[in-house]
Design a protein around this ligand. Structure first.
Ligand code: NAI
Length: 233
């Protein structure tokens, strides 16, 4: 297995796009997924876009042959959504959509890739969870549950796959400037962040590159909080 092939879900914008740029610059071949690849164009021969809706089992089934051909050595489960609402107002649909995308989508994509990594006896799985899954956030019971679930998934899978030289870790971002956090980052929030600023996608991409590299050979089952110090245990 080539150790420089990365599959990044939700690569069209935000953190996912930042991950694509960083891995390309580091010499990786990148397979980036987005819900409609016909909207995306790549000038770089090392970057391919493919359509995938991680919440849809049929779309995942269609995507299987793409994964089998590409044989990723690194998987980054980045695609995710929010549908915030106060608990008593939260509909079944808001709950299910978020769990189905963030947690079940991660489970399903990882299943496609883990089979290949097991055969190759090498792999890196990186799940983008969230500080919301650790510290909680009013209005985000669905999102927090999905992201805490991803951290638990990370630890259990790390125990299952460790013997085959496959590491599984989560990156838990704080507030990163992307479409998802538009309108959420204000002066009051910044005051609570010891490093005094919101995060940038590059702050997450550099940690993902580290976890994917041989430098992180002995790290597995961990959740790395990257939040400027917003939450400290
Ligand atoms: P974003 O909204 O800018 O991008 C999300 C990406 O996921 C998009 O490319 C979107 O097309 C894709 N996506 C959503 N649902 C999908 C589906 N069903 N199938 C395939 N792709 C789908 O969000 P952002 O900020 O870049 O977030 C990326 C990840 O980082 C998410 O998992 C998010 O929960 C997580 N995160 C973001 C934080 C932030 O402050 N921006 C903080 C903590 C975690």
């Amino acid at each position: 297995m080539d150790k420089n092939r990365v599959l990044i879900t939700g690569g069209s914008r935000g953190i996912g796009k930042g991950l694509c740029d960083a891995f390309l610059s580091d010499g990786y071949e990148v397979l980036a997924t987005c819900r409609d690849a016909s909207q995306m164009s790549s000038k770089d021969k090392n970057l391919i876009y493919e359509s995938l809706d991680i919440s849809n089992p049929i779309s995942l089934e269609q995507f299987k042959s793409v994964v089998d051909d590409f044989k990723p050595s690194v998987l980054i489960n980045n695609a995710g959504i929010t549908k915030d609402n106060l608990f008593l107002r939260m509909s079944d649909e808001e709950w299910t959509d978020v769990l189905n995308t963030n947690l079940t989508g991660t489970f399903r994509v990882t299943k496609l890739v883990a089979k290949l990594m097991l055969k190759a006896k090498w792999g890196r799985i990186i799940n983008i969870s969230s500080i919301s899954g650790i510290m909680g956030n009013a209005g985000q019971t669905n999102y927090s549950a999905s992201k805490a679930g991803m951290d638990g998934f990370t630890r259990s899978l790390a125990k299952e796959l460790g013997a085959r030289n496959i590491t599984v870790n989560s990156i838990s971002p704080g507030f990163i400037e992307t479409d998802m956090t538009k309108g959420l980052i204000d002066e009051n929030l910044i005051k609570k962040i010891p490093l005094g600023r919101a995060g940038q996608v590059s702050d997450i991409a550099s940690i993902a590159l580290f976890l994917a590299s041989e430098k992180a050979n002995y790290i597995t089952g961990q959740t790395l909080v990257v939040d400027g110090g917003l939450f400290m245990k």
